[in-house]
Design a binder for this molecule. Structure first.
Ligand code: NAD
Length: 502
């Protein structure tokens, strides 16, 4: 029996194998050994899960949907406490399953994610009474807005932040009264199933959270199911486009959090002592498998040589290796196919004339596991493939610019617009640049820091809609305007427009 055994789907309060009995072998990306088996679900499993959520929601008359928001929040916070108390074990599971270095897996993912979700769901409007200004024309009325659950929410997440994003999305959907079907990625489902176990133990009524594991087939079936009212999707731009297309038939509410090619702009006055580690944190955190990864470093002509030297020198200290070894900084990539994809980009960089100044290969000390060295290209032209497409690996492209106007043009010159950062000693100058960038988040003298209160999402091909903060919660709600007549009768109303003098 493998380490985490046979994992089943969670549907209508029961643990069930896939209808056709198929399973997926889960391999650890650092050892290539099987550590678990997942249910390889098909569309019938998705239909069962969606039907369970549909029954639980019952058109908004379900017990969970009608429970006061304050009580829902209380139950969910208790479940987050429980998950937090198990952060060490869940972090270990993430390190084995996804290859995140233990430090990152335990502190950011396993311990950070429940606290992030807690801060986000506490923004729920527990009184649910947003009063609007008294309205006098065309007739005297009091008006207010109710936030109601949308209904059955399909949640689809990628492997690079599966636990973090599932916690945020599932708990946001639940605190606002929805019922959920979660489809985690096959590469990172183990911790997501722990969320279902915790919610079941914490007393969430059956059917309000269902988890169906597997790959493309259950994801596509969920996005196409007509009983699903809303899809909250995070993943690649290619898949996001398919999800949007299949959601169109039923006018599903959709948020899409997609890929990125984030620029990191160093201004000419930049303090390198303050920014070098930040640039590398932006580029190589989680082996660059981060949607917001700062994979394009834009450097002014006059500081170019100095910056390349400092960046390469500092990146050389990063240790690639076993995620369970506490001295490891950079773990493996998620799979052998993904490593091959990243390596194809490295080859493209060389073929198109970029200069390899660090890494570029597989570390020789590891015979097993999907490792790639931190890789840096200098002399990158912004039109090259490695400067335009999302690589999602430990590959940084350094691009030269001449004047901030050109830097802004290069920064905005990809199909993406997720995040960006600007580094300068002058906040005034950095703000001026930030205003001109097409990106949903701009960090000044920082990169890759998420904030549960701040809206997060993309311009252009990086997505549709926003997560986190009040706006993120609102995406899980329908807004209902209620108008209460305060006039003394028909004479004070605009009915004359219809009846004339009759
Ligand atoms: P992916 O698009 O391949 O898969 C994402 C999820 O969609 C997985 O659960 C997958 O099984 C499922 N899926 C696959 N085909 C589907 C289909 N036809 N219909 C519905 N669902 C389907 O992405 P990935 O490789 O798992 O993740 C990496 C991508 O995610 C990168 O592009 C990264 O930038 C992006 N990402 C974005 C954010 C953000 O907040 N913007 C955050 C994390 C990751």
């Amino acid at each position: 029996m493998s380490e985490y055994g046979e994992q089943l789907n969670y549907i209508d309060g029961e643990w069930r194998p896939a209808r056709d009995g198929k399973g997926i072998a889960v391999l650890s990306p650092s050892t290539e050994e099987q550590i678990a088996t997942l249910a390889d679900s098909g569309s019938e499993d998705v239909e069962e899960a969606v039907s369970a959520a549909f029954r639980a929601f019952a058109g908004g008359r379900g017990e969970w949907a009608r429970r006061p928001a304050r009580e829902r929040l209380g139950l969910l916070e208790g479940v987050l406490d429980g998950l937090l108390s198990r952060a060490e074990g869940i972090g270990l599971m993430e390190a084995r399953d996804v290859g995140h270095p233990l430090r990152l897996a335990q502190l950011f993912h396993a311990a950070g994610a429940p606290e992030f979700a807690r801060a986000a769901i506490r923004l729920v409007d527990v009184d649910n009474t947003e009063a609007l200004p008294l309205t006098e024309a065309p007739t005297l009325s009091a008006n207010f807005v109710l936030r109601e659950p949308v209904g059955v929410c399909g949640v689809i997440v990628p492997w690079n932040g599966a636990y973090f994003l599932s916690l945020y999305k599932v708990f946001s959907a639940l605190v606002t009264g929805n019922a959920v079907v979660l489809k985690p990625p096959p590469e990172a489902s183990l911790s997501c199933l722990e969320i279902a176990r915790a919610l079941a133990a914490g007393g969430l009524p059956s059917g309000n959270l269902n988890v169906v594991t597997g790959g493309t087939e259950p994801g596509a079936a969920l996005a196409a199911n007509s009983k699903v009212d809303r899809i909250s999707f995070t993943g690649s731009t290619t898949t996001g486009r398919r999800v949007l297309e299949s959601s169109a038939a039923d006018f599903k509410r959709v948020t899409l959090e997609l890929g990125g090619k984030s620029p990191v702009i160093l201004c000419a006055d930049v303090d390198l002592d303050r920014c070098v580690d930040g640039v590398l944190w932006g580029a190589f955190l989680q082996s660059g498998q981060v949607c917001a990864a700062g994979s394009r470093l834009l450097v002014p002509e006059e500081r170019y040589d100095e910056v390349v030297e400092r960046i390469v020198e500092r990146a050389s200290v990063l240790a690639v290796g076993d995620p369970l070894d506490p001295t490891t900084d950079i773990g493996p990539l998620i799979s052998s196919q993904h490593r091959e994809r990243v390596e194809r980009y490295i080859t493209a960089g060389l073929e198109e004339g970029a200069k390899l100044v660090l890494g570029g290969g597989r570390p020789t000390q590891h015979t097993r596991g999907y490792f790639v060295e931190p890789t840096i290209f200098a002399g990158v032209d912004h039109t090259m493939t490695i400067a335009q497409e999302e690589i999602f690996g430990p590959v940084l492209s350094i691009i030269r610019y001449d004047g901030l106007a050109q830097a802004i043009e290069i920064a905005n010159g990809t199909a993406y617009g997720l995040t960006a950062s600007v580094w300068s000693r002058s906040n005034r100058q950095a703000l001026e640049v930030a205003r001109q960038l097409q990106a949903g988040t701009v960090w000044i003298n920082e990169h890759n820091i998420l904030n549960p209160h701040a809206p997060f999402g993309g311009y252009k091909h990086s997505g549709v809609g926003r997560e986190f903060g009040r706006r993120g919660l609102e995406e899980f709600c329908e807004l209902k305007h209620v108008h209460v007549d305060l006039s003394t009768g028909p004479a004070e109303k605009p009915y004359g427009l219809l009846f004339g003098g009759k």
